[in-house]
Design a protein around this ligand. Structure first.
Ligand code: FES
Length: 114
């Protein structure tokens, strides 16, 4: 820094803020981890398997011994489409077991064009 002063070059130290080190303290007794199980029924074979909320549907189906056709695995091609109880369809490659229900029925399509 002295060298810069002799040359007539102004120098100011960078503005660095040093925050006091804070330690994160977590009371593990107050944390509840609740894994919610959902009963998944795959039609038309009527295969029932228990899954966890958020578990990928392709993984649940594979665990149930079922194969859902896939293509892009990105939600674009709809090769993996399955039908829910209410008649709506979802792409199983980008869907997990939804929260808020104890049971879920999934109808697997058999689309000969895929
Ligand atoms: S595999 Fe293409 S949308 Fe799921």
């Amino acid at each position: 820094m002295e060298h810069f002063r002799k040359l007539g070059i102004g120098f100011s130290p960078p503005a660095i803020q040093v925050w006091p080190e804070k330690k994160l303290s977590v009371n593990l007794e107050k944390i509840q981890i609740v894994a919610m199980s959902v009963q998944i029924r795959f039609l038309p074979d009527d295969v029932v398997v228990v899954a966890e909320v958020g578990e990928p549907l392709l993984q649940v189906a594979a665990r149930a011994g079922l194969s859902i056709p896939t293509g892009c695995l990105m939600g674009s091609c709809h090769a993996c489409e399955v039908e829910l109880e209410d008649g709506s369809t979802i792409c199983s490659c980008i869907s997990g077991v939804p929260p808020g229900q104890d049971q879920l029925t999934i109808n697997l399509f058999v689309d000969p064009t895929w």
